[in-house]
Design a protein around this ligand. Structure first.
Ligand code: FES
Length: 109
C-alpha cells in the first residue's frame, strides 16, 4: 500500500480509521473519509473501467468528477465517479466494462 505516512492536515496514517471494502471480489483496506479512487490507487489499482467501443482501459484522470474515466460499478450501480465518492464500510466495487448495465450484466466486450 502506497500512502503518505504523515500529512499536515490528515495527520498520521496510523491514526486514521481503517475500513474494509471489496474490489472485484478482493478485500482491501481504505481509510474513512477518502475517496474510492484514492483507496484504489493506494492499493495499486490503475484500470477502473474499460471503454465500450474499443475496450480500452481508463483510470484516474481529472480527479474532480468531470471526465468519467474513473467510473466503476459501486454496490451494483454503474457509472459511479469514484474520484468524488467516499468509501463506506463493506462497499462492493467492480471494474466497469462498457456501460456496465447492458441487459443487467457487466459485460466485457
Ligand atoms: S477522474 Fe475524472 S471524473 Fe473521476
Amino acid at each position: 500500500m502506497k500512502r503518505i505516512k504523515e500529512h499536515p492536515i490528515l495527520g498520521k496514517e496510523e491514526k486514521r480509521k481503517k475500513i474494509k471494502i471489496v474490489v472485484n471480489g478482493k478485500n482491501i483496506y481504505a481509510y474513512k473519509g477518502e475517496t474510492i479512487a484514492a483507496a484504489l490507487i493506494a492499493n495499486g489499482y490503475r484500470d477502473f473501467r474499460y471503454t465500450h467501443r474499443f475496450n480500452l482501459p481508463r483510470g484516474f484522470f481529472c480527479g474532480i468528477g468531470q471526465c468519467t474515466d474513473c467510473s466503476m460499478i459501486v454496490n451494483g450501480v454503474p457509472n459511479i465517479r469514484t474520484c468524488v465518492t467516499r468509501v463506506e464500510e463493506g462497499m462492493i466495487i467492480e471494474t466497469q466494462y462498457g456501460y456496465g448495465d447492458k441487459d443487467g450484466k457487466n459485460e466485457r466486450s
